[in-house]
Design a protein around this ligand. Sequence first.
Ligand SMILES: NC(=O)c1ccc[n+]([C@@H]2O[C@H](COP(=O)([O-])OP(=O)(O)OC[C@H]3O[C@@H](n4cnc5c(N)ncnc54)[C@H](OP(=O)(O)O)[C@@H]3O)[C@@H](O)[C@H]2O)c1
Length: 251
Amino acid sequence: MSKGSILITGASSGLGAEMARQFADLGYDLGLCARRTDRLEALKAEITTKHPDLRVQLKALDVNDDAAVFAVFKELAAEFGELDRVVINAGLGKGAPLGTGRYDANKATAMTNFVAALAQTEAAMEIFRAQGKGHLVMVSSISALRGMRKTITTYAATKAGVAALAEGLLNEGVDRKGIDVTILYPGYIRSEMNEKVAQRTRFMVDTETGVRAMVKAVEARKEKAYVPAWPWVPIGFALKHAPMSVVRKLF
Ligand SMILES: NC(=O)c1ccc[n+]([C@@H]2O[C@H](COP(=O)([O-])OP(=O)(O)OC[C@H]3O[C@@H](n4cnc5c(N)ncnc54)[C@H](OP(=O)(O)O)[C@@H]3O)[C@@H](O)[C@H]2O)c1
């Protein structure tokens, strides 16, 4: 018997695709969303071969299309009867230092990572409030903990923004209405995003290892988790509490 249903956005590659595999291994039905439906089809074939009893529903979705976000989330809730968990994961790593003529790249990141995440949060919370239960999982980033320099300034700001949205829900006490919230702050985990972007590779873990830590934190329904715990719990602590003079030297 299925353990429940999980909607994942950005499920066509990287952390989203691996979360789909690992949640399937735990017995969940899946609603997988992304623009690259060929990737979703291949992932569905892989998962259903391994787990023929699970339901895997696919939806073509550009998260920047607000109307489509609300429609697809409602469709999946109707197809599964209810949604137990929504993972807001779709994201973009484009960016350039502020004031260097690349507003287009920074705006694209802001729209996908923050405005579209707001639409996804609205759509998920509408469903959860009506059901009187649900689990919202927000994929933020360790870079959310402090203002970051140069190419990731805007990216980090969007990730701080989405963490604040989810923290606002925690602060509202939505758990008293049966709704859990988990904010994930991943460190460096191998994915398509960091294959394209020049980034320090120190502490990078493979996708399976990194996602295992994410899935464990989600299953434990932690409110906040720096993942993987080593080295990101101590780095996260330092990032959050160190004075700017130290942050400037270290990050
Ligand atoms: N990897 C890391 O080290 C790391 C660290 C911290 C946080 N994160 C976060 O983890 C999440 C997943 O990223 P990843 O590392 O797995 O990168 P990835 O392999 O590039 O995956 C990004 C996913 O987002 C989807 N996406 C992007 N724009 C979209 C749009 N407009 N509409 C719908 N889907 C869209 C992509 O699907 P389509 O292109 O098929 O639509 C893809 O499935 C992101 O939010 C990222 O910021 C990653």
